[in-house]
Design a protein around this ligand. Sequence first.
Ligand code: ATP
Ligand code: MG
Length: 356
Amino acid sequence: MYKIALLPGDGIGPEIVPQAVRVLQAVGEKYNREFQFETALIGGAAYDATGHPLPEETLDVCRNADAIILGAVGGPKWDNLEPHLRPERGALLPLRKKLGLYANLRPAVVNPALADASTLKADIVSGLDVMIIRELTGGLYFGEKRREDLPGGGQKVVETLEYTTAEIERVVRLGFEMARKRNKKLSSVDKANVLESSRLWREIVERLAEEYPDVELNHILVDNCAMQLVRNPKQFDVMVTENMFGDILTDLASQLTGSIGMLPSASLGGEVALYEPIHGSAPDIAGKNLANPIATILSAAMMLRISFGLETEAAAIEQAVDRVLQQGYRTGDIMQPGKIKVGTVEMTEEIIKALE
Ligand code: ATP
Ligand code: MG
């Protein structure tokens, strides 16, 4: 039996998480696996109900689970709260920190049926399958932040970027391991020509590389990397980088694939892993049965593969998604001329049918 914590959150979260559950139940029936679900509050929904975006009870539910599926948090309703009560800063960042989730994995895969939906030409992206690993708990986002008033007027701002050897080593190692499982190619992204943190990063990558002689390693500067991702993304396979570079590059890579509604992610490193779509809470379409559930359904597939080792079941979900897209079913975000427009629930039903 596998225990799964469900954190639907805000906006479209409560619409898409139940779709992943339905698909998991169908997979469970087909392959005789038992999944047990427990739902907990997070984000604005938790704030409204309890006065805090990340209640202690939610953390307990997460710690008791074998894996977590998160929808999304946030929305205009909570934007003006004090920072520590806002869904993103008050729930998402502390949740990752408290669970020790130091690596965020985002595959950027172009579905064969959607190669012409990319912002780039189909031949540049078709067949694209890149895995970006982003460090999640260090760097600029967590360093010291302060402002000082200057005597002559104006202000000075200080923002520190901190990393320890151990923090870099664990995420880079995950990169090498992932490369070994895939196509034995790792690109380490840094800015070693300017940043001291990147010089340490590169030293550590070089040292670990000796343990992975079978993995072909290259170092690439982040600015060049952004350019190369747009120019010729298929040169990459597994990429590993620090927090802020990863934040930017993963969003860029997501657009190569067509829709933000298609891409899953995993956050690993701690006692329990967390799986979520890369998109946000999409308040503009919430409650209308318009959201694309595929990113969340594929996140559930990632969970089966990475946390539970259920490769056959994970692949079955991925193939069902491919089949449904091949058949022409589309939610609004990936709609193309001549295709069949469906809502959140109907898309899920087609995926479940395709599983059988
Ligand atoms: P966040 O700060 O939480 O990332 P955001 O406003 O930056 O939020 P999203 O919430 O991801 O970004 O929404 C960006 C756009 O993409 C919106 O127009 C939204 O409707 C659309 N979108 C996001 N997710 C989906 C989805 N699953 N299906 C369809 N459209 C989506
Ligand atoms: Mg966003």
